[in-house]
Design a protein around this ligand. Structure first.
Ligand code: DGP
Length: 112
């Protein structure tokens, strides 16, 4: 079981900023920007690489929740970033699909 499943199950605490029947959003424990929220599905998908056609609506919903969080956190107008890391080379540490919503500072490109 991943640490994010424990957050979904309320076994460990998190600073939750949004929840509905399919999605949970909470602040990252190691924030990389003034706003850094993780948006995760309650369904235990390991990453986007594990998703299939039946997850089409859920994946769209995750993006819209990320947009909603960015607006509520006050970073939508200035610009923000949505990142999802996949696998070892992608830099994924927690094997439960998550969107990072980062904002509140200027971002550089390309990523390291
Ligand atoms: P990634 O490398 O994409 O798998 O990012 C995982 C993120 O999860 C990382 O930015 C730190 C965050 N994180 C890890 N453990 C916890 C936790 O217990 N609580 C919270 N809120 N965030 C966590």
């Amino acid at each position: 079981m991943t640490i994010f499943q424990k957050i979904i199950d309320r076994e460990i605490p998190a600073d939750i900023v949004f929840e509905d029947d399919r999605v949970l959003a909470f602040r990252d424990i190691e924030p990389q920007a003034p706003v850094h929220v993780l948006v995760i599905p309650k369904k235990p998908l390991a990453s986007v690489a594990s998703a299939s056609a039946e997850d089409r609506d859920l994946l769209g919903h995750l993006l819209l929740v990320a947009q909603h969080v960015a607006t509520r956190e006050g970073v939508a107008d200035g610009g923000f970033r949505i990142v999802t890391n996949i696998g070892q080379d992608g830099g994924q540490a927690v094997e439960h699909l998550h969107l990072h919503v980062l904002g509140g500072r200027a971002m550089s490109w390309p990523p390291g």
